[in-house]
Ligand binder design. Structure first.
Ligand code: PRX
Length: 654
């Protein structure tokens, strides 16, 4: 694994026990693991009752009679938005700040729980007036602005289902997501701010709907970039024009706990992204629980900041639902870490006195590269807890994060989870756990994880194996939208037996002799680039959709900054080979991938080659291409149909 080698783990032997004052003030009771272990399902029932408001109580906690289709709290009813908004106002916390929003261009907003509740009520009325009903799908394609949070909560409030599409995805990616979910409404903006410029969003929506066959009836457009937009009369509506006319009253109704809350598309091993489906009561229980205990949240005093975009699962669970369910005060930032200067993030920490900070290792590594002198220009002394998510954090980055950002004192929680798991599954609890750099450490209370060998037997420390969740959990995905077979096949076929269903996560891991879990990266054709999931096959499909391409193979190559980087090997069609130089073809194809999927998928390199290494049965040997991409000696080529191919490729690339 690129960023978390066993060697570097072994070199780092320091351990960090919780400081006395941190532990004694922690929100987490010392017996929490014992309580959960005694009665796992009962523990989740207590947690659901303790942390959430139920419109009508549940009597059955878990229904696992039809695995792998789980139901949690099924006979209870709940309103997710009410839990994130109204109840805090009713409890007397309406004046507490919910969001400190920072636009990249310097615009700001300070929004209290009372104000946010009011905005969401109006937006819920607006959605209803546009004909959106319980169960309807609404696509949201917005920058990180307050309206993104308002839109998600408004959809949840009326029992509809949102599908948030990250604003960096292309028109083509947006179209396939809108179509797959048959969305009725799209909520977008004219544009958003990124790296000092306005990037257009509405234009991408127009492109996505251009073929005229879409199920979308209306496009609601938030004004943010003030850039020019095309307008389709009758279909397009300005958010600000519509919202002013709406009634500020809206009573939240309870929906059954298994009412779908959202679909979020993520990359799998095949070309087509999967629509991961999450529902209401179980999801909210586990995100609220983990947000409270993993981040030791004191809602009256903490200022929390998670840097994720709302378009990813981290933004769903730890920008929107977890923090708001817990009544937290948080920072929401629209832009990039280095605009207009390289200290922007640290300036924001100083400005708002951020106490809890949650980001991805790739960001930490890029700050390490720039140097400590940038963060050291700011007062970061308010920080008391740091979090990491999205990929393994190597011990060097962990120590730098603690020393330079955390002043050598803050605990760091390395949180392992996935779009599919909905909420954090493996992490230290900072009031209780002695921290070990480079390890995500232990399952959270109420979660059962095993590391298995290919044959399904448990592997003993210190050997590596495959990570499995061996009992259902409240925030588990409930399916893949429109594709129950793929749901079973992808996650539940490798290790399940009729007696025992086990969830296969797709990650390699090992348990050390202390019983701590160390994540070793994906074991399938999914890459992890800057903490974002990309599928090799999806990028290969994008490449071969270009008329000059005959064949393509994509690998994730080790990259110091981004963890992995996309490297493509492409064969150009023979009648196209003279049309442009290899450099031109490579530039053209990098751009093409960016247009097909989005800039995050643009290959770092596209190598134009004459052949690809294949076995006699025609399977591309990506392992060998990875050797080339990472500049290593090429491994064993004896199973290749033509053993000279790798020599030709590597000679040419030299
Ligand atoms: O490989 C694991 C890696 O990210 C994958 C999930 O990606 P995604 O669904 O996009 O969700 C990312 C944010 C939750 C996992 O299969 N991953 C996530 N967190 C960690 C991690 N790998 C190692 N350590 C982590 N803390």
């Amino acid at each position: 694994m690129p960023t978390n080698s066993i060697d570097s783990l072994l070199r780092e032997t320091r351990r960090f026990a919780p400081a006395e004052d941190f532990s004694s003030n922690s929100v987490t009771p010392p017996d929490i693991y014992d309580r959960a272990a005694e009665d796992r399902v009962g523990f989740w029932a207590d947690t659901a009752r303790e942390l959430l408001h139920w419109h009508s109580p549940f009597t059955e906690t878990l229904d696992w009679s039809n695995p792998p289709f789980a139901k949690w709290f099924a006979d209870g009813s709940i309103n997710v938005a009410y839990n994130c908004l109204d109840r805090h106002v009713i409890a007397g916390n309406g004046d507490r700040v919910a969001l400190y929003w920072e636009g990249e261009n310097g615009d700001t907003a300070r929004i209290t729980y009372a104000e946010l509740t009011g905005e969401v009520k109006k937006a819920a009325n607006l959605l209803t007036s546009l004909g959106v009903q319980q169960g309807d799908r609404v696509a949201i394609y917005l920058p990180v602005i307050p309206e993104a949070v308002i839109a998600m909560l408004a959809v949840a409030r009326i029992g509809a289902v949102h599908s948030v599409v990250f604003g960096g995805f292309s028109s083509e990616s947006l179209r396939s997501r809108i179509d797959d979910a048959s969305a009725k409404l799209v909520i977008t903006a004219d544009g958003g701010w990124r790296k000092g410029k306005v990037f257009p969003l509405k234009a991408a929506v127009d492109g996505a709907l251009a073929n005229g066959t879409s199920t979308v009836e209306h496009v609601l457009v938030v004004q943010r970039g003030h850039n020019d937009v095309e307008w389709t009369e009758g279909r397009d509506l300005w958010w600000h024009d519509e919202i002013v006319a709406m009634d500020a009253d809206h009573e939240a109704q309870g929906f059954e706990a298994e009412n779908p809350l959202f679909i979020l598309y993520t990359s799998g091993t095949t070309g087509k992204p999967k629509g991961i489906l999450h529902t209401s009561g179980g999801y909210l229980t586990q995100v609220a629980f983990t947000h409270k205990h993993v981040f030791d949240l004191h809602p009256e005093t903490d200022v929390y900041w998670c840097t994720a975009d709302v378009g990813w699962i981290t933004g769903h669970s730890y920008v929107v639902y977890g923090p708001l369910a817990n009544g937290a005060t948080q920072v929401l930032y629209e832009g990039t870490p280095d605009t207009p200067h390289q200290g922007r993030w640290w300036e924001i920490v100083q400005k708002y006195g951020v106490t809890i900070f949650y980001t991805a290792p790739t960001a930490i590594r890029s700050f390490m590269k720039i140097g400590r002198q940038i963060p050291q220009q700011f007062d970061l002394s308010s920080l008391r807890l740091l979090g990491s998510v999205g990929e393994p954090i190597n011990p060097e980055a962990w120590i730098w994060y603690r020393d330079i950002i955390g002043g050598g004192e803050t605990p760091i929680v390395d949180t392992w989870w996935q779009t599919e798991t909905g909420a954090i599954m493996i992490s230290a609890l900072p009031g209780l756990t002695t921290l070990k750099p480079g390890s995500a450490q232990v399952p959270i209370p109420g979660i059962k994880i095993d590391i298995l060998g290919e044959d399904g037997t448990r592997v003993d420390p210190p050997h590596g194996g495959l990570l499995v969740v061996s009992e259902p959990w409240p925030s588990m995905l409930r399916g893949i939208w429109n594709d129950p077979d793929r749901f079973i096949e992808t996650y539940w076929s490798k290790f399940s037996t009729p007696e025992k269903y086990k969830y296969f996560a797709g990650d390699g891991a090992h348990v050390d002799t202390d019983g701590d879990i160390v994540l070793l990266g994906r074991v399938d054709d999914v890459m992890n680039v800057s903490g974002h999931r990309l599928s090799t096959q999806e990028i290969e499909s994008a490449l071969v959709s270009h008329p000059i391409v005959a064949e393509a193979a994509v690998v994730g190559a080790e990259d110091e900054a981004t963890g992995q980087a996309v490297v493509a090997f492409v064969i150009i069609k023979s009648n196209q080979q003279d049309a442009q130089t290899a450099t031109e073809a490579s530039a053209l194809l990098r751009q093409h991938v960016s247009e097909q999927i989005g800039a995050i998928a643009r290959p770092r390199q596209v190598f134009i080659v004459a052949e690809l290494p294949k076995t006699r049965s025609g399977k591309i040997m990506r392992r060998l291409l990875q050797d080339v991409a990472e500049g290593r000696e090429i491994g064993d080529t004896t199973t290749l149909a033509d053993t000279s191919v790798m020599q030709i490729i590597s000679d040419k690339l030299k």
